[in-house]
Design a protein around this ligand. Structure first.
Ligand SMILES: NC(=O)c1ccc[n+]([C@@H]2O[C@H](COP(=O)([O-])OP(=O)(O)OC[C@H]3O[C@@H](n4cnc5c(N)ncnc54)[C@H](OP(=O)(O)O)[C@@H]3O)[C@@H](O)[C@H]2O)c1
Length: 284
């Protein structure tokens, strides 16, 4: 049995489907009841619970061989959630912990990277066989259908700074391989990165070429979050602070990475941005 946390989210759903294709029995953990419907798709078990509640997490890890821990993004208590999962997995004698981190967690001025680094530290000290996956910025952060409909690729940081990208479907396939092959990947930390190091203008040109319509890149300001007249919560403030730091960093430095490890894990070239756009167009 494999447990996947934050299973109902964007990453979780891709990983769940890749693990189902690989034939694994799954238990899906999320606080969102939508996870039950997802579990129904593949005859998997669903557990509704809170990653901040140690009893919920302990219950979820019982009888599990491998835990794939995905933390909810930009959450002020993400490190605590990771700690809960590692402690529970350790106590339950789980054989393999697969931790979803991100590329370059040591970029500590970024709040989301700080949280991932803290969880990686707990994983390293757990004495458990682990694999840490460090995915790059997803291609899926660009909604291709919407960009084509608007004729504009909007992003809230500089248009000339290149970023590395990765296809979330490649990340999920790599994760499924790590889970299936178990001991071969124990004690490894893998940067999971595609081959497209491109700025927004270049990405817009690729979308134009693939769809046959003009698409231009446009920089927008970071949209102020709606408050509805209420006082922002701790989670609201943290999310905005984390996003502001991330966008400022991307605008100045972009983000870099190397595709060799992903190519080795997949046994093929990672999906290119042009291929991702073509696949998105085929789905519409
Ligand atoms: N986006 C990228 O480019 C990228 C790149 C590298 C790594 N990552 C990492 O990938 C991870 C997953 O991101 P994502 O975009 O897939 O996340 P997501 O779509 O927001 O999914 C998170 C899931 O966790 C649930 N959740 C939130 N708080 C919970 C709690 N306390 N207990 C149980 N479940 C809870 C959410 O439910 P609700 O929605 O109902 O709250 C949601 O179903 C993040 O750690 C992120 O840093 C992302």
């Amino acid at each position: 049995m494999i447990l996947i946390t934050a299973a109902n989210g964007r990453t979780g759903r891709s990983v769940v489907r890749a693990l189902l294709r690989a034939g694994h029995p799954l238990r899906l953990f999320d606080h969102n009841p939508g996870v039950q419907e997802l579990a129904g798709e593949g005859a998997a078990e669903a557990v509704i619970g809170d990653l901040l509640e140690p009893r919920d997490v302990s219950r979820a890890v019982q009888g599990v061989r491998c835990v794939v821990h995905i933390g909810p993004p930009l959450h002020p208590r993400e490190a605590e959630m990771g700690h809960n999962v590692v402690s529970a997995a350790r106590a339950a004698g789980v054989e393999h912990l697969v931790q979803f981190s991100l590329t370059h967690p040591q970029l500590e001025p970024l709040l989301n990277h700080q949280a991932k680094l803290a969880v990686e530290r707990v994983v390293l000290l757990s004495r458990m066989p682990f694999t840490i996956l460090q995915p790059m910025h997803y291609m899926q952060n660009i909604d291709v259908a919407r960009v084509i409909a608007d004729g504009v690729l909007r992003q809230p940081y500089a248009l000339d700074v290149p970023l590395q990208h990765v296809d979330l479907e490649d990340v999920a396939e790599a994760a499924a391989r790590v889970v299936s092959e178990g001991p071969r990947h124990y004690y490894a930390t893998y940067e999971v990165c595609g081959d497209d190091y491109r700025n927004a203008r270049e990405l817009a040109d690729i979308i134009s070429a693939e769809c046959g319509q003009t698409v231009v890149a446009e920089q927008i300001s970071f949209p102020a979050p709606p408050t509805d007249g209420r006082r922002p919560s701790e989670a609201d403030d943290y999310r905005v602070d984390a996003l502001l730091r991330l966008l400022e960093h991307y605008g100045r430095y972009g983000i870099t990475g190397n595709p060799n490890v992903l190519q080795w894990l997949l046994g093929r070239r990672p999906t290119s941005f042009a291929e991702f756009v073509r696949r998105s167009l085929a789905c519409d």
